[in-house]
Design a protein around this ligand. Structure first.
Ligand code: GRF
Length: 213
């Protein structure tokens, strides 16, 4: 069967992108990472993708008059590669309603908290400051509202008393690298369905727990 063509959007380091590329190398994996696009030309993740022979392009949002024009250029590049699913991985731009509608139901993001708790930025520090004992990461559909789209799956990690934001971020990141490739696999296997604003995933547990702190 043809593999689902996935486009990954990044702005920086690209460790989730690398985890997706790595997972997609496995022979039975039902998706291929067909392009990696960045709004930042110097994003380290672009080099990682190139080293893995994945086509890349940098499209700076600064070259466009408004959000939608940038999004239309991004979308045209995704179309050029025949992309069927878009996975945002540390992509630091909010989309226009046009883009959210254009890719509705085919646009994913990974966020380093258990949404709907702690949307936005510096979320590990937010979790520590709030005193929560559990945090984690969420893969969700992207809508025009920031970090608020339907949740597909989550992975939970403990928040330890002496954690710094960096320590917690690292613990969560290890789970991100497990969770995102799984969700992309489910999507490619047509097991992810929206039902009245909630996501149903058939035949797979959508909550993971980290096995070590
Ligand atoms: C991750 O923590 C992701 O959840 C968030 O941004 C970070 C990106 O890291 N959206 P990387 O670029 O994938 O290493």
């Amino acid at each position: 069967m043809a593999k689902l063509k996935v486009g990954v959007l990044i702005s920086g380091r690209g460790s989730n992108m690398a985890a997706l590329i790595e997972a997609a190398r496995a022979p039975g994996y039902p998706a291929e990472i067909a392009c990696v696009l960045s709004n930042v030309a110097s994003a380290p993740g672009l080099e990682l993708a190139q080293a893995a022979a994945v086509p890349t392009a940098a499209i700076s949002h600064k070259s466009f008059a408004d959000r939608e024009s940038f999004d239309r250029a991004l979308s045209a590049e995704l179309d050029k590669h025949g992309i069927e699913l878009v996975a945002e991985a540390g992509f630091m731009r909010i989309h226009s309603p046009w883009f959210a509608e254009r890719w509705k139901g085919r646009l994913l993001n990974i966020h380093p908290s258990l949404l709907p708790a702690f949307p936005g930025l510096r979320v590990q520090q937010q979790a520590i400051d709030a005193g929560v004992r559990i945090s984690g990461c969420t893969v969700h559909f992207v809508t025009a509202e920031l970090d608020a789209g339907p949740i597909i799956a989550q992975a939970a990690v403990p928040v330890l008393p002496d954690d710094t934001a960096e320590m917690l971020a690292e613990r969560i990141l290890r789970q991100e690298h497990r969770l995102y490739p799984q969700v992309v696999r489910w999507f490619a296997e047509d097991r992810v369905h929206l039902d009245r604003g909630r996501v149903l995933v058939t035949g797979a547990p959508t909550l993971l727990f980290s096995s070590q702190p």
